[in-house]
Write a protein of this length. Structure first.
Length: 522
């Protein structure tokens, strides 16, 4: 599937899957690689062209698999390397690429590297991590999880030193400056390319190159990224690099250019929720314009919601509070002082608003990313702790456990299924939505088809036609114009009569509440 031209990434529809929560084939209550293979025809029918697989490596899964103990294998609970090779072969046969998470900002504290480093300061693995004899004074004010961690340094009695951890204390940071570690990271990339990967999502890319991680060397983070890009260009020139970069607008420049083929668009995501909260298009329009000026093209991977908190740290305090007031009115819906732990669909007012948001995702400049279940409007489970609230099993049908696991006893289902309420699997599932003309699943298929027919959305900068209403966002890609009404009231537009409507609906020059329309001059 790899090809020398990496521009395929910008013209791709991505679909994120947590294998543990997608489909359980062996009946142990945990999703597995074989379960995903069984559902590949569904993915292919949806029309997506690249699967983003969340971490599936050996792990205690204390942080949804991001606490890795072995980079060169599949977690035995999920399958084997042969199972992964079969998945890659079956996906490629259907025209679907595979994107693997490259989690090299940290390891698990149980990783053999860290255990060797703790045991012997003369071990070569000691230099893989960041150590201090005394706890630094800045520890308490930099934690990524202020409600769960006291700081970013923790004491290892075995090593008799403090080690740095940006995230949880069981995830010690790697010292990316170490040359031997860096060569090992490239060997990880080699291994998964040989095993079937077509792209890598570089996890926590904006946090890889802290001063602590680069100490003891003159190497910069940009040089490391350039080296990785050159290495891949020689070894596997069609393999794409996608960066998870959640940073203020002024700091993101170093990650643009040829270092990454796409960046997760956190700025656009924050602007989306502010625009939805205000029911005004300007936050999105201005963000798109600024990104266009800085990047020149559209190297953005757009998303509505990932499987962490909805992180709003790029908004001002007042803007964030406005989003909280509209979408997370209760304190138990918020997390870390910066985020929302609700699912996307339950935050929306109506079915029409959900449809409009799906359309907006596919119309935004860049490539679209759906996370499993969003094409159905799956909900959340706020009774689960922290970020687990949005990490629920895929809802296939209305049978026990939503069809996630047909054979496992209820007591063995490790991932809590959402049964009751408006978004439970008895009402929202693939089987019910498959043939409904107005379902989100049907709309998603239509949007994927349109997006694939108009790849310029991922590669050319749009124009922004003036509109008489603050609630209307209009995007023009040559002969294609797409309009969205972010308001719960009908709004006038400047759309000319005679254009052919490809999808959506428009009454003359008026968009209905939360309406949208894809129109062409042809």
């Amino acid at each position: 599937m790899s090809e020398p031209d990496r521009r395929w990434a910008a013209e791709t529809v991505f679909y994120g899957i947590d294998i543990t929560r997608f489909h359980d084939a062996n009946g142990d209550g945990i999703g597995d690689v074989s379960g995903l293979v069984e559902k590949l025809d569904y993915v292919a029918d949806l029309g997506v062209t690249c699967l983003w697989l969340l971490p599936f490596f050996p792990s205690d899964r204390m942080d949804n698999g991001y606490d890795i103990t072995n980079y060169f294998d599949v977690d035995p609970e999920l399958g084997t390397l042969d199972d992964f090779r079969a998945l890659a072969d079956e996906a490629h046969a259907r025209g679907i690429r595979i994107m693997v998470d490259l989690v090299v900002h940290h390891t698990a504290s149980k990783h053999p590297w860290f255990r060797a480093a703790q045991a012997d300061p003369d071990s070569r693995f000691y230099d893989y991590y960041i150590w201090r004899e005394d706890e630094p004074a800045d520890s308490a004010d930099k934690s990524a999880f202020p409600e769960e961690e006291d700081g970013i340094w923790d004491y290892s009695p075995r090593a008799k030193r403090y080690y740095r951890h940006t995230f949880y204390e069981f995830q010690p940071d790697l010292r990316i400056a170490d040359d031997q570690l860096w060569e090992t990271i490239k060997s990880i990339v080699d291994f998964w390319v040989a095993t079937g990967a077509d792209a890598f999502r570089v996890d926590a890319a904006s946090k890889l190159f802290t001063p602590d991680a680069l100490e003891g060397t003159q190497i910069t983070g940009q040089e490391r990224l350039d080296d990785l890009r050159r290495y891949l260009s020689r070894r596997a020139p069609g393999v794409a690099l996608i960066g998870e970069v959640d940073m203020p607008r002024d700091d993101i420049e170093d990650f643009l250019g040829d270092r990454f083929d796409l960046l997760y668009n956190f700025l656009g995501n924050n602007a989306l929720y502010l625009a939805l909260a205000r029911q005004e298009a300007e936050p999105l329009r201005e963000t798109f314009r600024q990104q266009q000026r800085s990047a020149g093209t559209s190297p953005w991977l757009n998303f509505m919601r990932n499987l962490d908190e909805l992180d709003l740290e790029q908004l001002s305090d007042d803007e964030r509070q406005r989003v909280f007031d509209v979408f997370a009115s209760r304190q138990d819906m918020r997390i870390y002082g910066r985020g929302v732990r609700r699912g996307w669909a339950p935050m929306m007012k109506t079915h029409e608003q959900r449809r409009m948001c799906l359309s907006l995702l596919f119309a935004s400049p860049g490539a679209p990313l759906l996370v499993y279940g969003q094409e159905l409007g799956m909900g959340d489970e706020l009774s689960l702790s922290g970020r687990e609230a949005v990490r629920i099993p895929m809802q296939w049908d209305s049978s026990r456990s939503g069809g996630f696991s047909a054979r496992a006893p209820a007591r063995d289902i490790a991932r809590t299924a959402n049964r009751a309420g408006e978004f439970g699997y008895r009402r929202v599932n693939v089987e019910k939505e498959r043939d409904k003309p107005d379902s989100l699943l049907t709309l998603t298929r239509q949007l994927v088809r349109l997006r694939c027919e108009h790849p310029g959305i991922g590669t050319i900068a749009p124009k922004f036609p003036d509109e008489p209403s603050d609630a209307i966002l209009a995007l023009s890609y040559g002969e294609l114009t797409i309009v969205h009404n972010l308001s719960e009231q009908a709004q006038p537009t400047t759309i000319e009569h005679g254009r052919r409507v490809l999808l959506g609906g428009i009454d003359g020059t008026t968009l209905p509440p939360f309406g949208f329309a894809w129109l062409t001059d042809e």
